[in-house]
Design a protein around this ligand. Structure first.
Ligand code: HEC
Length: 129
């Protein structure tokens, strides 16, 4: 049994070594268009938003329990892109919402804000007005 497992691991390791090296040319990621924007937006999201809003953007981040009201479930949000851009720039307090939704001001570029909103909209479950 144990020997079998060892042999299996060994053969897997040898197989892994035999794999060709990763491609060094050609696009690895989408470069343009909606997919590229969503991909870039996901990076913004994982850097700036995930701790509170959670990896699935459903409001269940690791820090969520610290806040009341809790971070919004962004997949169920009925807010449009303009509202989302505003709350990211200005923060919750300026929008009459929780002060714990932090203002990003000029910390993010226009492209980053547009991208993160595109990412959120791409996985929205909500019906928009
Ligand atoms: C420190 C925790 C925290 C971080 C980080 C955070 N948020 Fe929030 N966010 C909140 C909280 C709390 C609310 C709920 C505010 C309320 O209900 O008054 C909220 C609300 C929102 C809303 C309003 C949604 C709705 O349907 O009303 C949007 C959009 C939003 N956040 C987007 C983001 C984005 C995008 C980022 C990253 C750039 C981010 N948040 C980072 C805590 C956070």
């Amino acid at each position: 049994m144990r020997l079998g497992a060892t042999a299996l691991l060994l053969s897997l390791a040898l197989q892994a070594q035999a794999q060709p090296a990763p491609a060094t040319s050609g696009p690895l990621l989408p470069r343009d268009g909606a997919e590229a924007a969503q991909f870039r937006g996901s990076l913004v999201f994982f850097n700036y938003c995930m701790t509170c809003h959670g990896p699935n953007a459903d409001g269940r981040g690791r820090a969520a329990r610290l806040y009341n009201p809790p971070p919004a479930d962004l997949r169920a949000s009925d807010k449009n892109a303009t509202y989302m851009r505003q709350i990211v720039r200005l923060g919750g307090k300026a929008m009459g919402r929780s002060e714990f939704m932090p203002p990003r001001g000029e910390e993010l570029t226009d492209e980053q804000v547009t991208d993160v909103v595109a990412y959120l909209q791409s996985m929205s479950n909500a019906r928009k007005p």
